[in-house]
Design a protein around this ligand. Structure first.
Ligand code: GDP
Length: 373
């Protein structure tokens, strides 16, 4: 999941490390002649005059070795050690400046855009990384890699975690039956997600009924009925062309009569115009007053999914999103962008075709995974 993005974030870390190592090498070779002099004269390991006489030569040899190492031309070994980098930071000799970040940040921006991260989201990430790194570098930090990781962690979390709330808690606290309506275009995995969520609820002790408010599309009833039968759930459906609000209303009535906890209401995925969408969802709002509206789209659609999320949310406010097919997506752009662009959180990730392949979206876990080795 999101492996392409993971690689690109890792490249950024390496880019910054290389930039600062080069700078550090340059500054070390500048600083060394001065630093070597007092050590040579006041050396504590050279008590005898003979040993003292050897000291400058020894120091010079060390220095030559270090300078060779530090300038790093063609050097294939580990380069300047973590210790020396840490020491450099701790003494404040190396401060990450705007110019050190310019090139890596540009590369990062390109990488994010290539990964289908929405432009405003990429910019927000860059701003946070820039601010964190320039500010933090004046403190005592461990290594450049860790500094980059901390900056990326905060920057990603800031955009990914927008609007998060505790779905289970909200569910537990709401009066039953809880009505959840699903919006989104066809083919993205909306029906499958309804079935998966029904299973997810069942595992947590909540019963559910499905109501097919997609009365527009031929075959929609059969599609959702197959899932309902597989999972042994009740399905409320009307004939094609019927009123979506009436179907979901019947679902709510069924739930009340049978002590069912949650009503999962599908809606038509493809509409002639957004006016139709508005009118339909407005009527559902009026008639059944759903507790939650969830927008469903597929992770693999990248920017298109982000645009649709915004359009749907503008047309009829959603409470959160389900992002399907994350298992098949290497870029991760939609997962990173949707919450920031819409202000509404991603609540679940679809991670496969099985009914169990639905995970609660956890921004912190995702960020850690993206930044993991
Ligand atoms: P709908 O038209 O939006 O209701 O789409 P469906 O629920 O029928 O799903 C379309 C296809 O996507 C089906 O083949 C599903 O098995 C598949 N699908 C749904 N969710 C996921 C997912 O999270 N991962 C993968 N790999 N496939 C999925």
């Amino acid at each position: 999941m999101f492996d392409g993005l993971k690689d690109k974030l890792n490249d950024f870390r390496k880019d910054v490390e290389e930039e600062t190592e080069a700078k550090e090498a340059a500054s070390e070779s500048d600083a060394e002649p001065e630093a070597a002099a007092p050590e040579g004269t006041e050396t504590d390991e050279t008590a005898t005059p003979a040993a003292a006489a050897d000291a400058p030569a020894g120091a010079a040899a060390d220095e030559a070795e270090e300078t060779g190492d530090a300038t790093g031309e063609g050097d294939e070994d580990d380069g300047p050690s973590t210790f020396r980098r840490a020491k450099a930071f701790a003494t404040g000799r190396i401060i990450i400046e705007e110019e050190d970040l310019e090139e890596p940040l540009w590369e990062l921006e390109m990488a994010l855009l290539e990964s289908d991260v929405e432009m405003s989201v990429a910019e927000e990430i860059l701003d946070t990384v820039r601010e964190t790194m320039l500010g933090e570098s004046r403190k005592q930090v461990e290594t450049t890699g860790e500094l980059v990781e901390a900056a990326l962690h905060d920057a990603l979390l800031d955009v990914i975690a927008v609007g998060q709330f505790d779905f289970e808690e909200r569910l537990a606290e709401a009066d039953k039956p809880v009505t959840i309506v699903f919006t989104g275009v066809n083919g993205v995995g909306k029906t499958t997600s309804i079935a998966k969520l029904s299973e997810w609820l069942e595992e947590r002790g909540y019963s559910s009924v499905m109501a097919n408010g997609d009365t527009y599309r031929a075959g929609a009833n059969e599609q959702i009925r197959e899932h309902a039968e597989n999972l042994d759930r009740k399905l409320i459906a009307h004939d094609q062309g019927g009123d979506p609000a009436a179907v979901i209303y019947d679902g709510v009535e069924y739930a009340k009569a049978n002590d069912i906890d949650v009503v999962l209401g599908d809606t038509a995925g493809r509409l002639h115009t957004s006016d139709d969408l508005m009118a339909q969802l407005e009527k559902i709002d009026r008639v059944v007053d759903p507790d939650m509206t969830l927008f469903v789209d597929e992770s693999v659609a990248g920017q298109d999914a982000v645009t649709r999320a915004k359009e749907f949310n503008d047309a009829a406010a959603v409470d959160g999103a389900i992002l399907t097919k994350a298992d098949a997506d290497s870029s991760g752009g939609a997962a990173i962008s949707i919450a920031y662009v819409t202000g509404k959180p991603i609540l679940f990730l679809g991670t496969g075709q099985g009914y169990d392949d639905l995970e609660r979206f956890d921004p912190e876990a995702l960020v850690e995974d993206l930044l993991g080795e």
